[in-house]
Design a protein around this ligand. Sequence first.
Ligand code: TYD
Length: 213
Amino acid sequence: MFITFEGIEGTGKTTQIKLLKAFLEESGHTVDVTLEPGGSRIGRELRKILLNMESTDITGECELFLYLADRAQHVSQVIRPAVEAGKIVISDRFADSTIVYQGYGRGLDPKLLRSLNDVAVGSHWPDLTILLDIEPEVGLKRAMTRNLQENKMQEEGRFEAESLEFHNRIREGYLTWAALNHERIIVVNADQSPEKVSAEINSKITKILKKHG
Ligand code: TYD
């Protein structure tokens, strides 16, 4: 089974992924956690280019193809082998990030992005996607504090440095895309305590796992 987490910066994806991994392992599943960009060796090189503050001269198309290149490598080297071995794979961001950031955010055509994603993803679209939803003002404050505390603003801050208007577009884009794909994408309110968010996710996952058998 393949599960992905999506959302704007600072929604608490990392915390929720850790909690979900622990919950699933307690019920006997083997869980691999991975992320985009940077889930493979080559992907980690691409991540440096994509997130560094120095990459301000990157074109929208170049950014798009680097994310897709990262994904193609990630699916074939990491996700597909683990899913085929019977594991549950959880990825922090995946193909929906491209549709939302490069599509709704940067203005590329979401339908074209869906087809380009198919080249990288093949038949390995997620079985379930959890969209953590929060007001951009709240999320950005959390993300900035984290990057400053960990001294990562220069290396990883290119998206956090975008305007609030950009992040509002991303949030709205996620909600629109989730509504169009409601059979796969579950929206969870991330503006509550981590315990409450986690309990909501666990109860939804339990129902889905029962259906999966
Ligand atoms: P990261 O530091 O992993 O952010 P977060 O902790 O919020 O997940 O940075 C990933 C950034 O890359 C994030 O701002 C979204 C962006 N992104 C895209 O624009 N397109 C994509 O396809 C992916 C996977 C990420």
